[in-house]
Design a protein around this ligand. Structure first.
Ligand code: NDP
Ligand code: MG
Length: 381
């Protein structure tokens, strides 16, 4: 059976890797709907290449323009557009590879309709983990991780019982500034921050890796995906990015999943799950060439946003929502050259100390707090 996919964020880095996997297995996968935001040049190429039935773009004007150009494709736009393209009856699996909090609502729509979710967009679980996982449980929908660390843990857990897990060990490369002291971070530039040592990814997540916010988001994502307490989720610095993550079991056994730094692997695993299928042109992986693997304790003083993510995860409620919203605005401001690198931390820390914390929020409250936090951080810029 050909699995029919809705790909949210087709023009991005995860989108591109997903398309490579789909193109390598036309007998197994087809992209029936896709989205992009504003990258029209690449979007046009993808429409020609993939011939989707339905496409969501950023604005109505762009949707109208493209409708004239591609009369056989249905165009829609905005966040509602993302929800429309995942809702096509033929879609089996939705791969959420948009960047940022815009991933939440279409993911909820897809779960409501019983579609399997291949989740790359980590902001969805950080913003609204309890709502998303509750709905998935009620609708009997599987959330398949695409993030490499969570895919690694998920693979290590196959056939195992969560009750027999002692702890999860998430590996962190350390990002582009891992060799720099905090003092040296004062004058770093955007182009320095975008030079990730191991992975080629979108801008936002590359900056998140440099601030270590990415690992913080991943800790919260792991909490919701695997239902484990925060004291059972640890982070270790592993500069080679060969071990994608590990699971320690109660009997002392440790399972680790390894591989090249190639996002096609976790994407393909999510799409082909529960089976494995051959990888086309796999990146070489030879431990004798790699030679040695290194692991170091995480320094929370050096990376305060990781400590903050644990703190906000444990607080629960709207704390991670605020953290995520503040981080999106502050990171975008750094990318736009409006604030220095270290100010990202300052703004995120300040945003979580706000008074409007709610312990058991519903979706409306989460969306309100998200908007309020964004506006607040914008007012500080
Ligand atoms: P990119 O920045 O490369 O791509 C983002 C995609 O989302 C693009 O298609 C972009 O469209 C679209 N987009 C951006 N803003 C909006 C918006 N407001 N509304 C609708 N669509 C929008 O991101 P990545 O591929 O790197 O990451 C995607 C997600 O996956 C993130 O949540 C990230 O944390 C997660 N992730 C990424 C990994 C990676 O290897 N890159 C690994 C693990 C997780 P356009 O191009 O037209 O602007
Ligand atoms: Mg990751």
């Amino acid at each position: 059976m050909v699995k029919k996919i809705s790909l949210l964020g087709a023009t991005g880095s995860v989108g591109e890797n997903t398309i490579a996997v789909v193109m390598a297995h036309p007998d197994k996968f087809k992209i029936n709907s896709l989205s992009f935001y504003q990258n029209v040049k690449k979007g046009r190429e993808l429409i020609r290449l993939l011939q989707p039935k339905m496409v969501a773009v950023g604005t109505q004007a762009l949707a109208n323009e493209l409708s004239l150009e591609f009369p056989n494709v249905i165009f829609t736009y905005g966040v509602e557009g993302l929800s429309e393209i995942v809702a096509l009856p033929e879609i089996d699996i939705v791969l959420t590879a948009v960047s940022g909090s815009v991933g939440l609502l279409p993911t909820l729509t897809a779960i409501e309709l019983g579609k399997t979710i291949a989740l790359a967009n980590k902001e969805t679980l950080v913003m609204a983990g309890s709502i998303v996982t509750d709905l998935a449980r009620r609708k009997n929908v599987q959330l398949l991780p695409v993030d490499s660390e969570h895919s690694a843990i998920f693979q290590c857990l196959q056939g195992e019982r969560l009750a027999e897990v002692d702890q999860l060990m998430i590996t962190a490369s350390g990002g582009s500034f891992r060799e720099k002291s905090r003092l040296e971070l004062e004058n770093v530039t955007l182009s320095d921050a975008l030079k990730h040592p191991n992975w080629s990814m979108g801008q936002k997540i590359t900056i998140d890796s440099a601030t270590m916010m990415n690992k913080g988001l991943e800790v919260i994502e792991a909490h919701w995906l695997f239902g484990l307490d925060y004291d059972k989720i640890k982070v270790v610095l592993h500069k080679e990015s060969i071990v994608h993550s590990m699971v320690h079991f109660v009997d002392g056994a440790v399972m680790a999943q390894m591989g090249a730094s190639d996002m096609r692997e976790p994407i393909q695993y999510a799409l082909s799950y529960p089976r494995r299928i051959p990888m086309k042109q796999p990146k070489p992986f030879d431990l004798t060439t790699i030679g040695a693997l290194h692991f170091e304790k995480m320094d929370f003083q050096r990376f305060p946003l990781l400590a903050l993510a644990y703190e906000s995860g444990k607080m629960g409620g709207t704390a991670p929502t605020m953290m995520n919203a503040a981080n999106e605005i502050a990171t975008a401001a750094f990318i736009a050259g409006e604030i220095p690198f270290l100010a990202i931390e300052t703004y995120v820390e300040k945003a979580i100390k706000m008074e409007n914390y709610v312990k058991h929020p519903d979706l409306t409250t989460i969306l309100t707090v998200d908007t309020e936090t964004r506006n607040l951080v914008k007012s500080w810029l």
